[in-house]
Design a protein. Structure first.
Lengths: 728, 198
């Protein structure tokens, strides 16, 4: 024991330098976690810095400093890219001067901000980032910057150049040497917003800003900040009241100092509180929440281990009879949420082939590993190889063959890399011919999975009010008529809402395929409505070609019939598909009634996937719901946990005038796997989509279960990503 | 479990139409009220085959740890249903494994009831994990004997960063720890243990 203690101490001594370094993590807890500025993005008080959160982080930031109150949602699809969407309440202006339209609601500004890391901090060089604020908004906060940040233990110094609103101490724009376009900056407030004012980026006079953050030792990670603020408060927002903007009613307090001070308290790894004194006369405060939801088990450690089969030696002995093995397999796999479809012991009498479906695990490597665990526990000695096939919606997905000894050998130590080295993973073409299997358990169709659950419909940021919500109780079901044929139902009854104040009517001059949302919401207040009754039929036309026919009530606003076809070669990183739908607009009451508007909509879909980063590019070209034709580009990244962060933009052949405010459709979204919030595994996502404006142009039919998603689980890159779940 | 994260989860799930609220409500309750206590009745004690400990970590986690091993050096190893392993020495936690924030006392043998007395000063070398750091702690001992029970209050100061706290241990007439309240990691709430011996 003494020797062991001595050797421990010796090791500790040898590594004492690095351990002393890590002691700083206790002296200055969360020193390296970036803070959020009052603009919502990472920064100090008012100024930005070159710090980024980890890839896969989602954040919410809220701040108040007269006359602004700002809420931001941030996403980090990569560790070098920050994207955020802001709502700013501007307290010295009204939304409009028509009381009947917006009452006394103050002005709301929406904007997108982006920041890119140019290079990472090294021992001698700072991190450098370039970014822009308010790129898709009205321009009242638009600015661009380049900033460097260098950390010296518990001090983080930043220095940068700003353009636009960040150029108070104006000096000559160094970019003028490249082009005269950088000399002057025209300030043109966009009435509605939603347009990218690229022509003004990095133009006009330049300003310099600098900041430092000092983490106070042994003080719970509290940081003191001070900064030289280059914000031009003579330009930002509506500084001169009515002289700046027709709906503004009072000027903004001008700064008496360019030095801002602040404190930031990281309450835990997710929550930060902040307090600041800025402009020499204004107090600011706020909070932020952030979490890396992209990593495995991002919130809770899972407590859903594989359930071993009790008395397995005895079970194996009994299962020397094939019939007994089939029956035991059926019972034990079904008990574990792995639905046994067919079983077959090959003629060599040593390969046991099982076909299964499952809807419990997000990771198919995990579900496959768990199935093989059960088979290994219960199969007699003669079985040397397991072949496991997976189906989804009656479509064959993948087939995995593994040597039983190899599976068992590496199980206890979780050496999944060795276990899966010789695994054969191939596409599975599902044969419904029962003669192809020895054991075909009689599935009892129809099967109905149903639940009652509360839901919240929300409407955010309109002129008639900032937040509208409708609390409802929903009935959701998945009714399986056969393996390939299913009906999804989603209907609800309103309980409580504040939708009464909604009054904004559509000003669109093209068919109102989306902008009549207020009529839909109001017509279903405290009444039942049907969101979806969609029937799906899936069929594999031939190798790698999948099809889907669907009909019914697809979504809130359209009913119809149509189909989709997808060519997705196995183990390739692309797919090409087509979809066509004949749809009719639903009545505002959202039951079975329809309106007169009908349209045939359809698209050619191209999917490109980069397997290492799991970035998916979707290109959708065709005719949209309002009859406009164009192309949608959608970029998204999928993380280990199942989190997906993406952005899209759509441009169609309608004019800016026809599209209305914003000129083209764009937005970003994220989907979070539900199992992140629980200790048990479960499939499904909860998500948010954010677009600055709801317009009729570029609207896409929202049908459920598109083929790309349905066929995703069998792909080789999905297994390569998730092999580490194989034994878990 | 972190209560704030639980609350965030509940907030996120309020927008999630797939999860049944029967799954959300227990989470919310755990976040707001804390974990339900586990009542240790004489029937429960009777039903247990081995010695066990009721371990309460802060407000939101409570678990039963079963005794799995007594080492020659006098340390006891306890394991929970979720696989966390606690090692105690005279009731003092000297090792926490399989947890998010593990801890290991490299030196602990001075916390010996045969030698310990009121006013003693003890030094511990402790390895903290997540983040990893090696720290030295100075502890001063106060001991009180009442009704054949021994109560020890241990005031601990950490060298290198500001982390001071008091631990409390209670022993029965056979000098076996029956209760302990202690802090073992800056990021783990206070741990309360009731020991039950078979």
């Amino acid at each position: 024991m003494k020797l062991s203690m001595r050797s421990n101490l010796l090791i500790l001594f040898i590594f004492s330098a690095s351990l002393q370094g890590s002691l700083n993590d206790y002296v200055y807890p969360r020193n390296l976690v970036p803070s959020f500025s009052n603009y919502g993005t990472t920064g100090v008080i008012q100024t930005p810095n070159a710090r980024f959160h980890e890839a896969g982080t989602l954040a919410f930031s809220w701040s108040a400093n007269d006359p602004y109150m700002r809420g931001s949602i941030l996403a980090y699809p990569f560790s070098w890219f920050e994207a955020s969407y802001q709502y700013t309440d501007i307290d010295n202006a009204l939304y409009s001067n028509v009381e009947a339209f917006s009452g006394d609601q103050t002005y709301k500004d929406k904007s997108f901000d982006v920041k890119f890391l140019l290079w990472n901090e090294t021992k001698f060089l700072p991190s450098v980032a370039i970014g822009a604020r308010d790129i898709g908004g009205t321009g009242v906060f638009s600015s661009e910057f380049i900033v460097g940040s260098k950390r010296f233990n518990n001090i983080d110094l930043s220095i940068g150049l700003g353009w636009g609103m960040l150029s108070d101490n104006k000096f000559r724009n160094p970019l003028e040497i490249f082009s005269d376009r950088f000399k002057e900056r025209e300030r043109e407030l966009s009435a509605g917003g939603g347009e990218f004012n690229t022509g003004t980026w990095f133009s006009g006079p330049t300003g310099g800003f600098a900041s430092f953050q000092y983490t106070i030792p042994n003080f719970k990670g509290i940081r003191f900040s001070a900064e030289y603020d280059s914000t031009d408060y003579d330009l930002e927002g509506f500084p001169d009241g009515r002289n700046s903007f027709k709906f503004a009613f009072e000027p903004v307090r001008r700064p008496t100092s360019n030095i801002n001070y602040g404190l930031m308290f990281p309450v835990n790894n997710s929550l930060q509180l902040k307090l600041g004194y800025m402009k020499g006369n204004t107090i600011s405060f706020g909070f932020s929440l952030h979490a890396n939801l992209g990593k495995q088990n991002p919130i809770f450690k899972k407590n859903d281990p594989p359930r071993p089969v009790p008395q397995k030696e005895r079970v194996r002995m009994v299962n020397r009879q094939d019939a007994s093995l089939y029956r035991t397999s059926l019972r034990l796999t079904n008990e574990r949420g792995l639905f046994y479809q067919h079983g077959h012991i090959h003629e060599d009498d040593s390969t046991y082939e099982v076909t299964f479906a499952q809807a419990k695990f997000t990771s198919f490597a995990r579900s496959t590993g768990r199935l093989i665990r059960v088979l290994d526990d219960i199969s007699p000695e003669k079985i040397k190889t397991f072949k496991v096939n997976n189906i989804n919606g009656g479509l064959g997905m993948y087939s995995l063959t593994i040597d039983r000894d190899e599976f068992a050998r590496y199980k206890e130590e979780n050496l999944y890399k060795l276990a899966t080295k010789n695994v054969k993973l191939e596409p599975y073409h599902y044969s419904k011919n029962k003669n192809d299997y020895n054991f075909n358990p009689q599935a009892e169709y129809p099967v109905n999975y149903q639940k009652l659950t509360p839901i919240l419909r929300t409407q955010l940021g309109g002129p008639d009010g900032f937040f509208f919500a409708d609390l409802r109780i929903a009935y959701k079901s998945e009714f399986l008529i056969s393996q390939k044929l299913s009906i999804y139902t989603d209907m609800s009854m309103g309980i409580f809402d504040n939708l009464g104040e909604l009054k904004l009517l559509s000003d669109s001059i093209i068919p109102h395929v989306r902008t009549d949302i207020v009529k839909y919401l109001k017509a279903t207040r405290q009444k039942p409505y049907i969101k979806r009754i969609q029937m799906n039929y899936y069929h594999e036309l031939s190798e790698n070609i999948y099809s889907k026919l669907a009909g019914g009530i697809f979504e809130d606003m359209f009913i119809g019939l149509g189909g989709e076809i997808l060519y997705r070669p196995y183990a390739k990183n692309f797919g090409i598909g087509a979809e066509i739908w004949g749809v009719q607009q639903r009545d505002f009451r959202m039951l079975f009634g329809t309106r007169d508007y009908k349209i045939n909509t359809g698209h050619i879909n191209i999917y490109l996937k980069e397997p290492t980063s799991q970035v998916l590019v979707q290109i959708k070209g065709g005719r949209f719901l309002a009859g406009d034709s164009g192309i949608q580009l959608d970029f998204s990244r999928r993380f280990k946990s199942g989190l997906r962060i993406g952005a899209f933009a759509t441009k169609t052949d309608i004019s800016d005038l026809e599209f209305g405010e914003g000129s083209f459709d764009k937005g970003f979204y994220f989907y979070i796997p539900i199992e992140s919030f629980f200790q048990k595994y479960m499939k499904g996502n909860t998500g948010w989509g954010l677009r600055p404006l709801t317009r009729d142009g570029a609207a896409v039919l929202q049908h459920q279960m598109p083929l790309w998603g349905v066929t995703e689980q069998g792909q080789r890159d999905v297994f390569d990503r998730d092999w580490d779940d194989f034994y878990e | 479990m972190n209560r704030k994260l639980l609350l965030i989860s509940v907030f996120f799930l309020s927008n999630c139409s797939i999860v049944s609220y029967s799954e959300v409500i227990p989470l919310a309750k755990l976040a707001i009220i804390g974990a339900d206590d586990i009542e240790i009745t004489s029937e429960v004690i009777e039903a247990k085959k081995f010695s066990f400990a009721k371990v309460k970590i802060g407000r939101s986690a409570i678990a039963i740890f079963s005794l799995v091993k007594i080492d020659q050096n006098g340390s006891y190893m306890w394991i929970s249903g979720e696989g966390e392993i606690l090692t105690t020495f005279n009731g003092k936690i000297i090792k926490l494994q399989n947890s998010l924030f593990n801890t290991e006392f490299i030196s602990f043998s001075d916390f010996n009831l045969d030698n310990i007395k009121d006013g003693d000063e003890i030094q511990y070398d402790v390895m903290l994990y997540n983040p990893q750091a090696f720290v030295t702690q100075d502890a001063s001992i106060q001991s009180f004997s009442t009704n054949n029970n021994l109560r020890i209050i241990e005031s601990v100061k950490t060298n290198g960063f500001k982390w001071s706290y008091q631990n409390e241990y209670l022993y029965n007439d056979r000098m076996r720890a029956i209760y302990a309240r202690q802090i073992i990691h800056p990021k783990v709430p206070e741990i309360e243990i009731n020991f039950y011996y078979k």
